[in-house]
Design a protein around this ligand. Structure first.
Ligand code: FAD
Length: 451
């Protein structure tokens, strides 16, 4: 049986960061990864000759961001694209009203200011909420107090529903009242011109990573830990489990003895959302030249409401839309063509025959991927921010958890995965790990081919 100082389960951003920091400190580390690639929910398709990010795309705010520091140190090319957090204003957007009519500048400005007013009203309502209240409960209270017309309220209600779907992959009634507290963007957002998965690939260079190795059991005993993967077993003084929350919830990994309540409770209470991407490339652009986002309100946008112009990556007119929450789960059972036909119908209701037939399309199904079992975690009704942090453990001082779901400050992001891997490494080493030194070590290892 092979013996290691540390076994890291999962080669996503969290696992690779932790493993790299431990290895650089002289520890004997192995990473066990079920897929035939590293990166996990960071996945770039380059088969068409340009990158298409099927998992994460954005750094959500580069101001004072450790992740941005790392990206800059590595010299990864990015482009400013600030549209996250489902914002209503700030960047050029094409708005369509509930009847599918293009809104003029005045109507768009009025809409933006109405949403911002209700959002301001939401802050004290959330602060007064009780444990067990959902985001639906608090938004309804804020809408009731808004004094807006019933028609306007309907559109803002729809907007709130879609915002929760996009940010959390969840139905608004399943999200806790505090579920969007951390959803603030600090500074510009950026996307990656060569594909986001170059980042985990760079961190992975030189590590002992066993691909195609599915961990099924982690056994704790007084002599250390035994990790079972397929037919093989290895032992370690410490184990860091970084598989997604959805995988932990599924029971695909058996913990023996079972995890104590302080970790098992958060696994049960936190939610795992579904958020899928649909990229469509068109022979010609039919939306306005300066539009970052197309957004349909009310009935016109009931299913498909937001399209993001990501043409800058390939130079070909490209729109990205999302299928998230209950709709996202449901659509995963349809074929790609059925999904795309539905999206095109919605676009043609806004732009008519100007919408040509797509020349290329990409559709994801993260909720059906057993190694992700969803897209990212959220604070379900009845759970709390503390559940994210508690999920990190450790258990018995030697079984650690890392990954986006274990970082309460900005869960559901690459930044959270990075920070949680860093925390696990520091906890195991018992001393701080300097981020700049880590970045320099990754740079020194050079590039590992991607794609
Ligand atoms: C469609 C989509 C869009 C997103 N957009 C953004 C975005 O724009 N910006 C952003 O910051 N974040 C975004 N995210 C979230 C971001 O991708 C994740 O938060 C982050 O990549 C998670 O990293 P991780 O290391 O925690 O987990 P993962 O990347 O999931 O890594 C865990 C690894 O564990 C492996 N594994 C699972 N089970 C086993 C097992 N039994 N044995 C061995 N290995 C196993 C998996 O294969 C995986 O490689 C998005 C996610 C999705 C799905």
């Amino acid at each position: 049986m092979e013996r290691f100082d540390t076994v890291v389960v999962g080669a996503g951003m969290a696992g690779l960061t932790c493993a790299r920091m431990l290895a650089d400190a002289g520890r004997d580390v192995v990473v066990l990864e079920a897929r035939d690639r590293v990166g996990g929910r960071m996945l770039t398709d380059r088969t068409a000759g340009f990158p298409v990010d099927l998992g994460a795309s954005w750094i959500h705010g580069i101001h004072a961001s450790p992740l941005w520091e790392l990206v800059q140190a590595l010299g990864l090319p990015t482009k400013e694209f600030t549209v996250g957090s489902f914002q209503v204003g700030g960047r050029p957007m094409e708005h369509f009203d509930g009847a599918g009519r293009r809104m003029d500048a005045e109507a768009s400005a009025q809409w933006t200011s109405d949403v911002q007013a209700v959002d301001r009203e939401l802050v004290p309502v959330i602060a007064r909420s009780s444990p067990g209240d959902s985001y639906l409960d608090v938004t309804e209270r804020a809408l009731d107090a808004s004094g807006l017309s019933p028609e306007r309220i309907d559109e803002i209600r729809e907007f709130f529903r879609h915002r929760v779907e996009e940010q959390c992959g969840a139905w608004i009634g399943d999200l806790g009242a505090h579920g969007l507290d951390e959803d603030a963007i600090d500074g510009d957002e950026v996307i990656f011109l060569r594909g986001y998965d170059e980042l985990p690939a760079r961190i992975a260079a030189g590590l002992d990573i066993r691909l195609g190795t599915t961990v099924t059991r982690v056994r704790r005993s007084s002599h250390g830990l035994v990790v079972s993967a397929d037919a093989a077993e290895c032992t370690a003084k410490t184990v860091v489990v970084t598989v997604p929350l959805g995988v932990l919830k599924s029971g695909a990994i058996e913990f023996d003895p079972p995890l104590p309540d302080h970790v098992a409770g958060p696994i049960e209470r936190l939610g795992m959302g579904v958020f899928n991407k649909i990229f469509l490339q068109f022979p010609e652009r039919f939306w306005q030249d300066d539009s970052y986002v197309i957004r349909a309100l009310g009935e016109a946008g009931e299913r498909w409401h937001s399209w993001y112009d990501v043409s800058a990556i390939s130079g070909i007119p490209t729109l990205l839309t999302f299928a998230a929450g209950p709709l996202g789960r449901h659509l995963q059972d349809l074929t790609d063509d059925e999904i795309v036909t539905d999206v095109l119908m919605a676009l043609r209701a806004l732009y008519g025959d100007a919408v040509g037939e797509p020349i290329a399309q990409w559709v994801t199904r993260w909720g059906q991927d057993p190694l992700a079992a969803g897209s990212y975690s959220y604070i379900a009704t009845g759970s709390s921010h503390q559940d994210h942090e508690a999920l990190a453990g450790p258990v018995d001082d030697n079984l650690h958890f890392a990954g986006e779901a274990t970082w309460g400050d900005e869960p559901a992001t690459v930044g959270a995965a990075y920070a949680s891997g860093h925390r696990a490494a520091e906890s195991i080493l018992g001393h701080p790990v300097d981020r700049a030194a880590f970045a320099a070590a990754v740079v020194a290892r050079g590039a590992r081919p991607v794609g």
